[in-house]
Design a protein around this ligand. Structure first.
Ligand SMILES: [Zn+2]
Length: 486
């Protein structure tokens, strides 16, 4: 079995072969830190988190770099408009670096909550101005860039390959594009590498072309190549960044080094809200901090991974409720398994217990993940496993040895790889684990006696008390069962 990745550069699923055997360098465009993260950020960074986790699970030594953009990302994306951080600093009456710090912390807090592993390196654009200036100098020396009035532009006409990623090489001038900016460029498609700063511009640095600040695209070229080399394995980002951002990254990096920049481009699709594009102007941006108040963060993660990263994800309350039900099902099975492990082996001596083809399920899971990280299919395999183990448990035909194996495989695939099964389900110690379960069972047994004496109000009181503690009690024909709700 080999891992196949859909490469946006070639528009085909290709077998993944890293540049150096056993190692993978991956760069993913990080957030521009001027506001709290929304569900779109969650989709992107959960998807790349699973990609990194899976590469590691497959034995690769992965270096994961994800930048923090704290300068140069303009409102218009096309060398126009105010710097997003500066605008927010003005609105909040704070220093831009305070804005960067506030929202970078908020970002990591939300990503940690979503069980996203931190990147190995989180470089900030403002910490890499020298590296960016160096690349711009090289591009000017090689004739790919030119300076006008203290700004430097990339000369798109000099790069015959410009447009090879997105199939686009022209950009529509956005309404309101200033005439002076267009006049500075030799061609409207040329993009800024360095922008001259007006004296009142707070974030500016000295350069061979005077005081200014870097363009957004050059940041990613500088930071990715610094930590991963001039050619590296995987570059990821949102589909909306294919053009112009990634197209420009390729152009400036390859013209500067004369080498291929990235071997596999992975693009993650966007989130829609009730079928509509999510945007500030439509007022339908869903912030993660609000969502966390309504749903367990792992339900959001589960919801995202239920669809493939290249599909759009439509957010509706119903869809999230559906995901919540699915995730709870998975959690209940995990709890039942843990509970089963605490009990004495229910099988009579010499009885053959249920067999589950765990190796077969594991292969199916790996096959799904090898097929361009198909998490939707991989989750379906987890449910196939839970289906079998649940019926075996309800029939009392499951051996402890098998339960242990199921527990370990679900924790491995659903926990380590997909990150949807929380670690906290793992008991802290055997003593604590059995004491808690024993105490709950003792209360249930006492309640059964109370019921046998028809003391209904006392029995209800016990049940309500347990519900408040997050333990649901159900009276069934075959006896009383209980499960946790969180
Ligand atoms: Zn980028």
């Amino acid at each position: 079995m080999s891992l196949k990745i859909y490469n946006s550069l070639t528009h085909t699923k290709e077998e993944f072969k890293p540049l150096v055997k056993g190692r993978v360098g991956i760069y993913v465009c990080g957030p521009t830190v001027y506001s709290h993260s929304h569900i779109g950020h969650a989709k992107s960074y959960v998807s790349f988190d699973v990609i990194v986790r899976y590469l590691r699970y497959r034995g690769y030594n992965v270096t994961y770099v994800q930048n923090i953009t704290d300068v140069g990302h303009l409102l218009g994306d096309l060398d126009e408009g105010e710097d997003r951080l500066l605008r927010q600093a003005r609105l909040e009456q704070k220093h831009p670096m305070e804005i960067a710090e506030t929202y970078a912390r908020s970002y990591f807090e939300d990503m940690d909550t979503l069980n996203i592993l931190r990147p190995d390196i989180s470089p900030r654009a403002t910490g890499h101005i020298i590296e960016q200036i160096e690349i711009i100098k090289t591009l000017i020396d090689k004739g790919y860039a030119y300076e006008v009035n203290g700004s430097v532009y990339f000369d798109v006409a000099k790069d015959a390959e410009y447009g090879k990623l997105s199939g686009r090489n022209t950009e529509e001038a956005e309404p309101g594009t200033r005439v002076e900016v267009r006049a500075e460029k030799r061609h409207p498609n040329d993009f800024a590498l360095w922008k001259k700063a007006s004296p009142e511009h707070i974030m500016q640095w000295s350069s061979p072309w005077g005081m200014g600040f870097p363009g957004w695209h050059i940041e990613c070229s500088a930071m990715s190549m610094k930590y991963l080399g001039e050619t590296f394995d995987i570059h990821g980002g949102g589909m909306d960044n294919q053009f112009p951002h990634h197209e420009c990254e390729i152009a400036q990096s390859e013209c500067a080094t004369g080498k291929p920049f990235v071997r596999y481009w992975i693009h993650n699709n966007l989130v829609t809200v009730g079928g509509k594009k999510m945007s500030k102007s439509l007022g339908n941006v869903i912030l993660l901090k609000d969502l966390f108040k309504k749903y367990h963060p792992l339900i959001i993660r589960f919801f995202i991974l239920q669809s493939h990263y290249r599909s759009t994800l439509d957010f509706t309350d119903e869809a999230l409720e559906g995901a919540a039900k699915g995730w709870e099902k998975l959690m209940n099975t995990m709890r039942n398994i843990k509970l089963g492990l605490l009990k004495k082996d229910g099988l009579k001596r010499g009885t053959q217990g249920t067999q589950i083809d765990l190796n077969g399920f594991k292969s199916a899971f790996l096959e799904a993940m090898d097929d361009d990280f198909n998490t939707a299919h991989a989750i379906a395999v987890l449910f196939d496993i839970t289906h079998e183990v649940n019926s075996a448990l309800s029939e009392g035909k499951v051996s402890k040895v098998l339960l242990e194996k199921v527990d370990s495989i679900l924790s491995e695939l659903g926990g380590t790889v997909l990150g949807i099964i929380p670690v906290r389900l793992e008991p802290q110690s055997d003593a604590e684990r059995s004491l808690e379960a024993d105490l709950i069972q003792l209360i249930i047994d006492l309640r059964d006696e109370v019921r046998a004496q028809k003391l209904w109000s006392l029995s209800d009181k016990i049940r309500n008390g347990l519900t408040k503690l997050g333990i649901v009690v159900e009276d069934k024909k075959e006896g009383t069962i209980w499960r946790r709700t969180h």
